[in-house]
Design a protein around this ligand. Structure first.
Ligand SMILES: [Cu+2]
Length: 186
């Protein structure tokens, strides 16, 4: 009798260990998500009648956020490039992304110059003759985390150049739109 009850006790203990292990495994991925994101990504999709597409990464750098973009299918020349308010790429004209991301209520501006800017003002992409544009800058003001975090908001590439005129730079229609999300492999 004693042996049998020990066996039952061992089985019960084993069950406890097994369920504890399962609980640990179940928590594993969730645990990894804790802490602040250090990298974000947006995949640009073309709006209706556009061929513009690409990928933008936002990585935490020593003094701000490094923005790296590669976009193809553009008309040669400058194209306004902004973070917009909504992470919503659902409309064919890109307008569901709303207006510029401007959580600090500033005027539109050129991020390469001192002075006011919408937080989402990234300046221009410059496409070469083949329609390809690359962008690689560290933005000291653009946070991945915190109350004005860019994750969850949208990115828009425009038809025309951002001339930094008010209120939003006269960049015309939207040729590509994407949503900024937390990137894998942080
Ligand atoms: Cu824009």
């Amino acid at each position: 009798m004693r042996i049998r009850s020990l066996a039952i006790a061992a089985m019960a203990a084993g069950a406890v260990v097994a369920s504890a292990t399962m609980a640990t495994l179940a928590q594993g991925p969730a645990m990894k998500m804790e802490g602040e994101p250090t990298r974000a990504v947006a995949v640009l999709i073309p709006t209706k009648d556009s061929k513009a597409a690409g990928t933008i990464t936002f990585s935490k750098a020593d003094k701000g956020t490094r923005i790296q973009a590669e976009v193809t299918g553009l008309a040669p020349g400058k194209h306004g490039f902004h973070i917009h308010e909504f992470g919503d790429a659902s409309s064919p004209d890109g307008k569901a992304a709303g207006g510029h991301f401007n959580p600090r209520g500033k005027a539109h501006g050129d991020p390469s110059k001192a002075g006011p800017r919408h937080l989402g003002d990234l300046g221009n992409l410059v496409a070469d003759e083949s329609g390809k544009a690359t962008y690689d800058l560290i933005d000291p003001d653009l946070p991945l985390t915190g109350p004005t975090a860019i994750i969850g908001h949208g990115v828009v590439v425009h038809e025309k150049a951002d001339d930094f005129g008010q209120p939003v730079g006269n960049a015309g229609g939207r040729v590509a739109v994407g949503v900024i999300g937390v990137a894998k492999g942080m």
